[in-house]
Design a protein around this ligand. Structure first.
Ligand code: ZN
Ligand code: ZN
Length: 155
C-alpha cells in the first residue's frame, strides 16, 4: 500500500500542492518527518507525514511569533463527541486535563461549530475524542467525559 494524499484538506482543490520545508509541530501524533505543503488555491498550509506504509496529510495552522520561528499546530479531523458533527475547530493546544486517561497523553481542545460544545482529543499514535467540560473556576482546566445528567448552565 502506497497511497498518496491528493489535493487540499481546506478547500475543494484536488490538484498537486506546493512542497515546502520540514517543520516541527507542537502537537505531533508521531515522531516522523513533517513536510510543509501549501494549497495553490486557498494558500492554506498542510503537512505530509511519512508513515512507513503511507503518507498522511493533515491540516496545520501557523502561529507567527515575533523574531522567532512560527509555531505550527496540527489540526486533526475531529468528530464532535456530543453531536457527531465533523464541523469542529482547534481551540486550545496542550490543555491541562484533570482526569487524563494516561499521564503520558497530551490533550487539545476542539470546539464544535454546530453544538458549540468543547471536545478534548488525545492524539499520540491514534486520535481519541472525549466530551470535555471547562472548569467553572479555573478556565484553563478541563475535565474529560463529564456526567451527562449535569444540568446545562442557563445563559
Ligand atoms: Zn485549498
Ligand atoms: Zn457538536
Amino acid at each position: 500500500m502506497n497511497q498518496k494524499p491528493e489535493g487540499c484538506l481546506w478547500c475543494e482543490y484536488r490538484g498537486p500542492v506546493l512542497a515546502g520545508e520540514i517543520i516541527t509541530v507542537v502537537n505531533p501524533q508521531v515522531t516522523l518527518q513533517h513536510e510543509l505543503r501549501r494549497c495553490p488555491t486557498c494558500r492554506e498550509a498542510m503537512v505530509d507525514i511519512r508513515w512507513p506504509d503511507r503518507i498522511v496529510r493533515r491540516k496545520v495552522r501557523e502561529s507567527p511569533r515575533r523574531f522567532r520561528r512560527s509555531l505550527w499546530v496540527v489540526v486533526y479531523p475531529v468528530e464532535c463527541a456530543w453531536c457527531g458533527s465533523h464541523n469542529t475547530d482547534a481551540y486550545e493546544v496542550n490543555a491541562t486535563v484533570s482526569n487524563p486517561v494516561s499521564t503520558r497523553f497530551k490533550y487539545d481542545i476542539y470546539r464544535c461549530l454546530d453544538c458549540q460544545r468543547p471536545n478534548a482529543i488525545s492524539y499520540l499514535g491514534e486520535v481519541y475524542v472525549h466530551r470535555a467540560d471547562q472548569d467553572k473556576e479555573f478556565f484553563s482546566l478541563w475535565h474529560l467525559d463529564p456526567e451527562l445528567e449535569q444540568s446545562e448552565p442557563s445563559a
